[in-house]
Design a protein around this ligand. Structure first.
Ligand code: ADP
Ligand code: MG
Length: 749
């Protein structure tokens, strides 16, 4: 925290005056009561707001200065924008093809000019009277591109001249007439200045807001009080005010979130359940005795952490992270065997059918024939033939199968366990908090929960998104791994190297191995979903070089002499999931030598014989994405080779990024780097905080230290006062967050 509390004294602005004739309102007052049914329903429809708190938490995304025009950096077609600009010219034209007129207004934002178009059935002279050259105002609408020009079609607008007229008649408007104009995320019907007006109305009536951050923390971190922060965020006189308000609200957000997570963690721990400990001479002992290798130190440590958790009378809630091949499955299987020793069952939940089937195979192999026969690991997925499914269901309900592996079909009502003691979830990213809950309810007593992820999770994300889980980490790979060699192939410097790539690939194939070729696009016209999402825009690259795409590359490779006789096939997101499964299976069976694919290659799919990967246009992928892709080769006893091919220029950020990926195999290092590199808007994307709500000011890329501080303070508070009885404002703030996240889950479903 840099702001000092002394600098922002309690200087109240005019908005603090309550309007005497109106009922006072609180944060939990329904908008219907505060603003009337019509406005409340419009806000509900546009943004899902229900209460005063929802509206006041809709913070401005920017501020515009009445006196200083600022060029808009980017006008992305489809974006809803609000811009302060000067009118340069305005003219009316008759339409050629049909009756009516178009008014074309050119406005300037200080940098570029762009065009507003208004379509009218008859003369729009009245509009020309209002939109006179020289006037300044705000303009709000959806950006579209027309003949290469960005424009706003039929935007809403408000000139400052008309605002001044209003201000002369209405004292409320006069109060609002400040040098800084808050710009809100808006919709076509709810414009930024509508929102500003409504928020101002509400602010005039809320009075003092309770503060969820305790006084001592506020003083220690130099924060504003909550009332001041909310007023200054919406209605600042100067930049310093909204900046100080943001700082305070960012801290507040972290604080409320961490307290919520700590509380959930402590409530989960207070639940009673059956400890699950191995029995002497039992399954686990037999398994360990037969294990053909020794666990790595990291595996040992994680195993002890898990065993300690499961020996307690409160359920385990643990995240086990480690890269593909680091040996998570073995560690998880040991936990399953401890549960089996206690007479219980484990449900192992995988994100796809393919991965579920793969888990069954690898677990059966690891168990060996005797243990497998006794523990009867079963597969239970939606696609199973009816007879097989019935058998699996029966073995699950009777408790014969001690390990039941499946997709989300395991969540269905028809699945009943005899004694569910442990839930293992593979790849948390695709399972929501609510799905974890559904599965949890299938145990007579709350089962222990182990979440496995192969995506290294940066510390800050672990604290915010998985903040209610304890974390175990496997960093090292088992000894004897042959590793992956990564090489950057810079075509910008050496165009002829393109041929050499395929010669090198042919050499690998000649050794009897298989290979992946990864492209960002499916066809010349079709970029794969998500392929481009993580990478920064290709600003430093030549946009005229078309992206590598599966169709073209496959065709070229099929005609390339050194690859003659090898079987090449394609895999991409436009195929049905059955087709994708079929291709993936025949690749795994060795019936395809080279798979030319987009990023749809399953995470975690194990083809030990695949030794080489060529990533074309590697600069189009994010750091973590490249690392994940690369993890698909070099799985077996053969060394992996990964060629990262790029047209980006030497010294450019993209080249740097690819070089970083080539330079290390440590996924944790790369995950932190990725987080630091991602553009602000992309950092969380749709990722939600650990309580399911959206993050507002909190930025996991930069707020790590603050979040860690806050987490410690939250731990102290919740340990001493698990019910948060001593702080009603905090309790209410947590409830509001949970309500909000519940609503967003409902909206999704
Ligand atoms: P993950 O689930 O993390 O991807 P696995 O548990 O599937 O990793 O392990 C990958 C491979 O390495 C498996 O074949 C497994 O038997 C083997 N393995 C696991 N731990 C070790 C170890 N400590 N030493 C040698 N091999 C190991
Ligand atoms: Mg695995």
């Amino acid at each position: 925290m840099t702001g000092s509390s002394a600098a922002h004294g309690p200087e109240f602005d005019g908005l603090a005056l309550p309007a005497p004739e109106l009922q006072p309102i609180t944060l939990d007052t329904p908008l219907k009561k505060a603003l009337g049914a019509a406005k409340a329903s419009a806000l509900g429809k546009a943004f899902g707001f229900q209460t005063v708190s929802d509206l006041l938490s809709h913070y401005p995304r920017d501020y515009a200065d009445r006196d200083v025009l600022r060029p808009l950096a980017q006008l992305t077609p489809g974006a809803n924008i609000t811009v302060i600009a000067d009118i340069v010219s305005a003219r009316e034209k008759r339409m050629s093809s049909r009756p009516g007129t178009i008014v074309e207004v050119v406005i300037s934002d200080g940098g570029g000019e762009f065009i507003l178009t208004f379509f009218g059935k008859s003369s729009q002279q009245w509009r020309l009277d209002k939109l006179r050259p020289g006037l300044r105002g705000s303009f709000s609408g959806k950006v579209s591109a027309y003949q290469g020009q960005s424009q706003l079609a039929n935007p809403s607008y408000k000139t400052f001249e008309s605002e001044e007229e209003e201000a002369r008649d209405d004292p409320a408007v006069r109060l609002r007439h400040k040098p800084l104009i808050p710009i809100y995320a808006a919709t076509a019907s709810e414009t930024s200045w509508n929102l500003q007006t409504l928020i101002d109305q509400v602010l005039q009536r809320v009075g003092t807001l309770p503060d969820p951050v305790p006084q001592d923390l506020r003083v220690e971190h130099g924060l504003l009080d909550h009332t001041q922060a909310i007023r200054w965020i919406h209605s600042p006189d100067k930049k310093e005010q909204w900046m100080a308000a943001q700082e305070t609200l960012r801290f507040t957000e972290a604080w409320v979130l961490q307290c919520a997570l700590m509380q959930r963690h402590s409530i989960a721990r207070e639940r009673r359940t059956r400890p699950r400990v191995p029995t002497p001479g039992g399954y686990l002992e037999r398994f360990d005795a037969a294990l053909p290798f020794v666990l790595t130190v990291d595996q040992e440590i994680c195993a002890v952490e898990i065993a300690t958790d499961m020996a307690r009378s409160g359920p385990m809630n643990r995240l086990l992270q480690g890269e593909v091949g680091s040996g998570k499955t073995v560690v998880a299987l040991r936990a399953m065997l401890a549960v089996a020793d206690s007479g219980g069952q484990t449900a192992l939940l995988a994100p796809t059918e393919v991965l579920a089937a793969q888990h069954l195979r690898s677990i059966t192999t690891l168990l060996g024939p005797d243990l497998a026969a006794e523990l009867m690991p079963a597969l239970l997925t939606g696609k199973l033939p009816v007879a097989q499914k019935r058998k699996a269901l029966l073995r699950t309900v009777s408790g014969q199968s001690r390990i039941v592996i499946g997709t989300h079909a395991l969540l269905s009502d028809t699945v009943t366990f005899f004694d569910l003691g442990l839930i293992v979830i593979d790849e948390q990213h695709r399972f929501g908090v609510d799905q974890r809950e559904t599965l949890r309810l299938k145990g007579a007593e709350p089962p222990h929960v182990l979440v496995m992820t192969a995506t290294p999770i940066p510390r800050t994300i672990a604290m915010t998104v998985f903040g209610d889980l304890d974390v175990s980490t496997i960093r090292m790979l088992p000894a004897g791994r042959r590793g992956i060699t990564s090489i950057v192939v810079p075509l910008a410097d050496h165009p002829t190297w393109f041929q050499r790539i395929w010669t090198k690939l042919a050499e690998e194939l000649a050794l009897g191995r298989q290979a992946f070729v990864v492209c960002p696009a499916i066809s010349p016209a079709e970029i794969e979903d998500g392929a481009d999402a993580e990478a920064p825009p290709p600003s430093d690259d030549d946009p005229k070089i078309p992206l590598a795409n599966v169709e073209t590359v496959l065709e070229r490779l099929r005609g390339f002499a050194p690859l003659a006789g090898y079987r090449l096939d394609a895999l991409h997101g436009r195929m049905t999931s059955d087709e994708k499964d079929r291709i993936m299976r025949s690749f795994a069976a060795g019936e395809i030598d080279v798979l030319v694919a987009t990023t749809v290659i399953e995470v975690g799919v194990d083809v030990p014989n695949a030794s080489a990967m060529v990533v074309l246009d590697a600069d189009r992928f994010g750091v973590s994405q490249l690392h994940q892709l690369r993890g698909r080769v070099g799985r077996g006893g053969v060394p992996g080779l990964c060629l990262l091919v790029t047209n980006s220029r030497p010294g450019s950020p993209s080249r740097q990024r690819i070089g970083d990926v080539a330079a290390t195999l440590d996924g944790f290092v790369l995950a932190e780097l990725d987080l630091a590199l991602r553009r602000e808007g992309n950092v969380l994307g749709d990722l939600q905080s650990g309580d399911g709500s959206k993050l507002r000011f909190l930025r996991v890329a930069v707020d790590g230290d603050m979040i860690a501080d806050v987490r410690r303070a939250a731990y102290h508070l919740v340990t001493g006062d698990p019910g948060i009885r001593t702080n009603a404002a905090l309790r209410d703030a947590i409830t509001r967050r949970l309500n909000e996240s519940e609503r967003s889950w409902l909206n999704k479903g």
